[in-house]
Design a protein around this ligand. Structure first.
Ligand SMILES: Cc1cc2nc3c(=O)[nH]c(=O)nc-3n(C[C@H](O)[C@H](O)[C@H](O)COP(=O)(O)OP(=O)(O)OC[C@H]3O[C@@H](n4cnc5c(N)ncnc54)[C@H](O)[C@@H]3O)c2cc1C
Length: 419
């Protein structure tokens, strides 16, 4: 008989898990709290002054190097990736007169080499301190600090030195998006899963019971399965008022080195089509860009991304999200921001089903920690961007971890059936 598996959360991790489970012959039910699939991948539109509609990504934006599992799903769903025509990796410093993106690229390469000269448990800030001691100009070191804090969404003193080389790479590689919006991957998988995906169905508790698991739904009803994959954001599992799931001392120890990054985005319509561009505010810990859309033209939309909780607090985005708009306009006087355009601002700390943007690792994180985070507890398995060691914090990491959890569940089910 096919094992009955519950997947909690219909983000990329949960949907990739459910898709793989279905292929492996399981009977699957996906329970999602929101009224939509995709989780932190959320594509909507803005309207330009001429009435045209343009896709924006309120969550994850860039499909980057090495996203092999994501690209395999795109091929399966018949979706295309669209070159943005700019590089996520290279940004002009808009508030550092006399300095260019190339200066930051070169300082970034020096930082990459300096990583070899710090201890294995050093932070990104330790590398920056070494660069300063070796004579790199202070404003370029701060540009690197800003770059790392924007990309990892946490302060540089708290995150591993490797993040400098990994997340905040400085090479001018191409960057892509999914044609029609990144959320189309989630919508495509949900369509294949059909009625197995149940929206507006928050799960309150997951417990091991007997040979299987017992779920308590927010409406008080109870459902039983052979196993469950918990694919909800880590912040919700850790919240005081969070949804109960089993844990262990090993898991908690490993999770203590996982950092919860905070980020916010802004999108505003432009009165005319710009060129592609990427300009950062070193002091404001955000960057702005304009990029090609699926129609092969640059969309008349200015996008901005701010990373790290201190930056979001300093900009008072929770209290007054629109306060960011004049800052962005001042950084980009080259763009034709429509005077009466109301920006769309998304602050992920305020999203009740996410509460943070994505994970990063604190210094000292080891492969043993990664294994402990993914290890099942009884018949409860875990998936999500935070649970993947290599592509932590990214769409690719969510997919890989979901697929891996599905394979582990099925391996255990067949071992049990054969016992
Ligand atoms: C602003 C921002 C920018 C980003 N930029 C990029 C980028 O450029 N490139 C990139 O690769 N990645 C990026 N990311 C990261 C990417 O979005 C995530 O890594 C990935 O989408 C996480 O997928 P997930 O399935 O682990 O979690 P989620 O997408 O959060 O999915 C979890 C799901 O669980 C649901 N849920 C929560 N609680 C419950 C419950 N109790 N019961 C039932 N369901 C529940 C949620 O509603 C959600 O749908 C970005 C993220 C943000 C926020």
């Amino acid at each position: 008989m096919s094992p009955r598996i519950a997947v909690i959360g219909a983000g990329f991790a949960g949907l990739a898990a459910a898709h793989r489970l279905t292929k492996l012959g399981a009977e699957v039910s996906v329970l999602e709290a929101r009224d939509r699939v995709g989780g932190r991948v959320w594509s909507t539109t803005v309207t330009a002054p001429d009435g045209s509609e343009h896709v924006i990504e309120r969550g994850a934006e860039y499909v980057l190097n090495g996203y092999d599992h994501l690209r395999a799903i795109l091929a399966e769903l018949g979706l295309e990736q669209v070159d943005t025509g700019m590089s996520y990796y290279v940004r002009e410093p808009g508030d550092l007169p006399g300095r260019t993106a190339q200066d930051i690229v070169e300082a970034g390469r020096a930082a990459g080499a300096a990583i070899e000269r710090v201890s294995a448990d050093a932070s990104a800030e330790d590398v920056l301190a070494l660069l300063t001691a070796e004579g790199t100009p202070v404003e370029l070191v701060d540009a690197l600090r800003s770059r790392i804090e924007v990309s990892t969404a946490v302060p540089a003193a708290t995150v591993t030195a490797e993040s400098l080389a990994h997340v905040a790479s400085f090479e001018p590689l191409p960057s892509y998006r999914i044609g029609g919006g990144n959320q189309r991957l989630a919508l495509g998988l949900a369509e294949l899963l059909g009625s197995k995906v149940r929206l507006n169905t928050p799960v309150s508790a997951v417990e091991n019971e007997g040979h299987g698991v017992r779920l308590t739904l927010a409406d008080g009803s109870v459902e039983e399965y052979d196993a469950a994959i918990v694919a909800v954001p880590l912040a919700l599992l850790q919240a005081e008022d969070g949804r109960a799931a089993p844990t262990s001392p090993e898991r908690e120890r490993a999770l203590s080195r996982v950092l919860l990054g905070q980020a916010a985005k802004l999108h505003v319509a432009l009165g005319s089509r710009p060129s592609t561009s990427a300009v950062m505010s070193v002091a404001g810990r955000y960057w702005t860009w304009t990029a090609y859309a699926q129609d092969g033209q640059v969309a008349p939309v200015l996008n901005a991304f701010m990373g790290s909780a201190p930056a979001i607090a300093a900009a008072r985005l929770v209290e007054d999200p629109q306060a960011w708009a004049p800052e962005v306009a001042a950084l980009r006087p080259d763009l034709d921001i429509a005077p009466d355009a109301v920006p769309t601002v998304t602050v992920w700390a305020e999203d009740p089903w996410a509460r943070f943007a994505y994970a990063a690792h604190a210094p000292g994180e080891t492969p043993v920690d990664a294994a402990a985070i993914e290890a099942p507890i009884g018949a409860v398995y875990f998936a999500g961007e935070y649970a993947e060691a290599e592509f932590t914090g990214l769409m690719e990491g969510a997919i890989r971890s979901g697929e891996r959890a599905a394979e582990s569940v099925m391996a255990a089910a067949s071992a049990k059936a054969g016992a």
